[in-house]
Design a protein around this ligand. Sequence first.
Ligand SMILES: CC(C)(COP(=O)(O)OP(=O)(O)OC[C@H]1O[C@@H](n2cnc3c(N)ncnc32)[C@H](O)[C@@H]1OP(=O)(O)O)[C@@H](O)C(=O)NCCC(=O)NCCS
Length: 373
Amino acid sequence: MVELVDVPRGLKNVVVTETGLGDVRGGEGFYHYRQYSAVELARHSTVEDVWFLLYEGHLPSPAERAAFTAELAGARRLPEDLADLLPAISRIGDPLRGLRTALSALRLAPLWDLDPAARRRDAVRCAAVVPTVLTALHRLRHKQKPIEPRDDLAHAENYLYMLTGELPDKNAARAVEQYVIAAIDHGFNASTFTARVIASTGADLAACLVGAIGALSGPLHGGAPSRALDTLDAIGTPDRIDAWVTERVTAGDRIMGFGHPVYRTEDPRSAMLRDIARSFGGDRVEFAVQVEKRVLRILAELKPGRELHTNVEFYAGVVMELAGLPRDMFTGTFAVARTIGWTANILEQTTDTKIIRPSARYVGPPAPQPIPG
Ligand SMILES: CC(C)(COP(=O)(O)OP(=O)(O)OC[C@H]1O[C@@H](n2cnc3c(N)ncnc32)[C@H](O)[C@@H]1OP(=O)(O)O)[C@@H](O)C(=O)NCCC(=O)NCCS
């Protein structure tokens, strides 16, 4: 008889593998990529450098940076057969749904059949093409022609350029770049775990990403930023904050953008994004700050001892809106960032040949019973 081991609900605090990519220290409000503070990287570095760091384990030298940037720029273009499919795919619905289908259309070989160099090529290819696919799908849905990527633009800048066809304002591009860096990776979250489970079966890299995107799309994970903005809209004016929030929390609803499975302090990403939002200024930002303060006070009163703080999603929506991103691209933008982290995790998972295959405790009627009739 095999002994089953019970673990906490939701696998909370269960260590299922080792990683050299980074970690989240929930009690300290700190997270890191490799050996560097992720927030410091977001404040001072570029997407390309952090991407390289996650894949290679060190920040690039100038020569490595030039080679990697050229490699990424080359991988942004859509293969012709995928470009042909996008108008039909855009009819599926929001760009994130379409992205799942588009990635499958890359027709990659199973990771199990590839050597490390080919796996890495697929990783770069998938993560580099995600912004191109998302912006093309967004434009097609709005009856606009997709915009070709530009090799001379940085990752985030090019993403915004492909959305509108215009060179973005420098502050907006840097704000989105900082958000993207901050959202690249974050411990063994639900979508990263999903990607690694699929990678452990030896499936192709796009299949791992499709599963991860599905997990990310849920409102308890990456689907919250547009809902956090919906909350600001629903509250409307400062005099309505207390009544609105109290009513929702008393009814058992969750206030989007608050609470976290790991942080028991303020989410460091939220503090950084608040600073970025404040650097834009304006009534919307001041209203968000007011709402945040009141929600924290009310959650502390109505949910004592739960340590509910602002999470990344609350200001992510505000910053993305200020940077000119439409609401239906918020979770997609999270995916632009997280694909880089997922691919790094997938590559790391392929170094372990053990399939991830837990058990469930059967609690149904005793079996076997005679089949009726
Ligand atoms: C992120 C989240 C899923 C974490 O969940 P978790 O670690 O499983 O937290 P729990 O479900 O154990 O919550 C503990 C308690 O706080 C409450 N709670 C958690 N987040 C809350 C929120 N945002 N608003 C109101 N109450 C909340 C729960 O209802 C629970 O109350 P109870 O003890 O009376 O049952 C959860 O906080 C949430 O749903 N937040 C809103 C969605 C969101 O912002 N998602 C983005 C995450 S980055």
